[in-house]
Design a protein around this ligand. Structure first.
Ligand SMILES: NC(=O)c1ccc[n+]([C@@H]2O[C@H](COP(=O)([O-])OP(=O)(O)OC[C@H]3O[C@@H](n4cnc5c(N)ncnc54)[C@H](OP(=O)(O)O)[C@@H]3O)[C@@H](O)[C@H]2O)c1
Length: 170
């Protein structure tokens, strides 16, 4: 199932909505009139986002704190979603300038010519959801790398990535 038309009886769940790409997804979906369920760990930051999205777009926003790294938390969320008809689109970006680089220690991946803004990544993700895509890779270079990666054997690809990461870190 693709992204349904906005209606009072459907919600779009956004994970990681307190920062970066997730925040832009929440804003982009609300702009289109979708009610939202926002999932993250930091409830304080989400409350502020929920407030501003409600005020800007008049949609219903539910804050659902959940640590997706915790098996019990994750199982509870999956149970809530069972039989709701929920579908899922995986958004697989290349480098995007957000908090992620410092959290993941990946500043060396933020090559100016390759980065795509969080807003653009979110827009591509929402378009992909509307088209019922299972996964979306935003940006020309990330798309080319993802496509090329399919034709390279894993035994070569993984050592290659490790080497390039070592080279970049110096
Ligand atoms: N930015 C990039 O260059 C890049 C590249 C490739 C892939 N990605 C992936 O894209 C996704 C979003 O990245 P971003 O750049 O928007 O990162 P970000 O700005 O650091 O945001 C990450 C979001 O995920 C939430 N989160 C982290 N751990 C969580 C957990 N255990 N349970 C629930 N929520 C959790 C964070 O909120 P709380 O801390 O409040 O939970 C935050 O809202 C990440 O999965 C990242 O790995 C990003």
């Amino acid at each position: 199932m693709s992204l349904p038309s906005p209606s009072p009886t459907t919600d779009v769940i956004v994970t990681g909505a307190s920062s970066g790409i997730g925040t832009e997804l929440a804003r982009g979906l609300a702009r289109r009139g979708h009610n939202l369920v926002l999932v993250v760990r930091r409830k304080d930051r989400l409350d502020a986002l929920a407030e501003s999205v409600r005020a800007d777009h008049g949609v219903a926003v539910t804050v659902r704190p959940c640590d997706l790294g915790d098996a019990a938390d994750r199982a509870a969320l999956i149970e809530e979603l069972r039989d709701t008809g929920v579908s899922c689109t995986a958004l697989c970006p290349g480098p995007v300038p957000t908090e992620w680089a410092s959290v993941a220690g990946a500043q060396s991946w933020m090559l100016g010519s390759v980065t795509v803004s969080a807003e653009q990544v979110a827009e591509d993700g929402i378009t992909g959801m509307a088209q019922g895509k299972r996964s979306v890779v935003p940006g020309v270079v990330p798309k080319a790398v993802a496509t090329a990666g399919r034709f390279v054997p894993r035994t070569m690809l993984l050592p290659g990535i490790t080497l390039s990461e070592r080279f970049r870190r110096g």
